[in-house]
Design a protein around this ligand. Structure first.
Ligand code: PSU
Ligand code: MN
Length: 305
């Protein structure tokens, strides 16, 4: 039944059946999260980091009405070049795009769906979506959080994106029963910064410890996700740069222009890049690479258990 809509490469299929570690990667970060050509370079290099670590990368997108698990370099180039013209696909968009044989760059939520359909357990991204600042009036809460509530997947990220209301995002995660595990940290990182000032629920110092939690979730048939938060490396967290001021200015500009819905996050990321003279893009790329290393290590540890 899935076969009508799901296309998993032979390499990934065979890896999963032989318990070779597989790591899922998303495609909204390619089409909407970064400019061309850095988006394509980052996506390809993230894949090679996973391979060097002994894993198989599974970048996911919707192409011609199929959830494609495992993109070719040409697919990545296509999505990266087309950029914002590709539909940004979250859970609600998926069935419509499949039925209409369309393309979609999958967000964290839609990528979790595809990865889970394929039988993958670990997924790496940059920063997850969450509760936006001002959500008490706009009700803008990323579908990523709801997906974590009911799709079993270990999502490795550098924390919620700095553009968000971090405190409310944590509250939401708690309400939805999503464990938040700090990797070698007691503080919740917030994307560009190593600490948000909020503590995490749990800390794990080794990938094996995270793999054991995933195994427990699987054994108990838990139908919800796990959030692994991995701080941006010290050398890359540009202490010299005041990203918070850029974030606030970008949000003001976003409100002034009346941008809303799913266009907000890509707009803010792009504006912050401009306001920071490119510093935020550098940080974003570095934290993705750092997450790829951890994701591969967790997937390897999981295969060994
Ligand atoms: N991580 C990044 N850059 C991104 C994203 C994550 O480093 O662009 C994307 C993910 O696809 C995530 C989305 O699901 O941003 C959140 O969008 P929204 O706030 O509209 O839910
Ligand atoms: Mn939103």
């Amino acid at each position: 039944m899935y076969d009508l809509y799901l296309d998993v490469t032979d390499e990934i299929r065979s890896a999963l059946s032989k318990r070779v570690p597989v790591v899922a990667l998303e495609s909204t970060i390619i089409a909407h999260g970064m400019p061309y050509p850095q988006n394509v370079e980052t996506a390809l290099h993230t894949e090679s980091i996973i391979r060097q670590a002994g894993g198989i990368p599974a970048t996911i997108a919707i192409l011609k009405g199929k959830i494609k698990v495992g993109l070719s370099a040409d697919d990545i180039e296509y999505l990266g070049k087309k950029g914002l013209a590709v539909i940004k696909a979250s859970r609600r968009d998926v069935p419509v795009l499949l039925a209409g044989r369309e393309d979609g760059a999958t967000t964290v939520s839609a990528t979790m769906i595809g990865a889970s359909m394929a039988g993958i357990s670990v997924f790496v991204t940059g920063g997850i979506g969450g509760v936006h600042r001002g959500a008490e009036s706009t009700m803008d809460i990323s579908a990523d959080l709801q997906e974590l509530a009911h799709t079993r997947m270990a999502v490795v990220c550098a924390g919620p994106k700095s553009i968000l209301d971090i405190g409310r995002t944590l509250e939401y995660l708690e309400t939805m029963g999503i464990p938040v595990i700090g990797y070698q940290t007691n503080d919740l990182p917030a994307f560009y910064s190593r600490s948000s000032g909020f503590p995490v629920d749990y800390r794990a110092d080794k990938p094996e410890d995270i793999a054991k939690i995933i195994k427990a979730q699987q054994a108990c048939d838990y139908q919800s996700g796990l959030l692994v938060v991995n701080p941006i490396p010290e050398r890359d967290a540009s202490g010299l740069f005041d990203f918070e001021q850029c974030v606030q200015d970008a949000i003001l500009e976003c409100t002034r222009l009346g941008i809303h819905g799913k266009r907000i996050t890509p707009f803010l990321l792009d504006k912050i890049k401009e306001l920071s003279g490119g510093e935020s893009l550098k940080a974003n790329i570095c934290l993705v690479y750092n997450n790829a290393v951890l994701g591969a290590d967790i997937a390897k540890a999981l295969c060994r258990l």
